[in-house]
Design a protein around this ligand. Structure first.
Ligand SMILES: [Zn+2]
Length: 69
């Protein structure tokens, strides 16, 4: 299977959506340990995702009223 299939799965995993039917968690993990290129890509995507989450948290107005109790 080509790296493109795995990268779709890596992307899905990073965003918390179900993996494509063609790639199992096991197959993805195995590919990540054997494919340096996808390993790097996965790390990059995870970092990017974390940075985006952080940015979204920071954009929340500090003075906004908290949820009603
Ligand atoms: Zn690969």
């Amino acid at each position: 299977m080509s790296c493109n299939h795995y990268r779709a799965a890596i992307s899905a995993r990073a965003t918390g959506t179900p993996l494509p039917a063609t790639v199992t968690e096991q197959a993805l993990d195995h590919h990540l340990t054997s494919c340096l290129s996808c390993g790097r890509w996965s790390k990059h995507l995870t970092t990017l995702r974390a940075a985006t989450d952080d940015l979204l948290r920071r954009r929340r107005p500090a003075g906004a009223p908290s949820k009603p109790v």
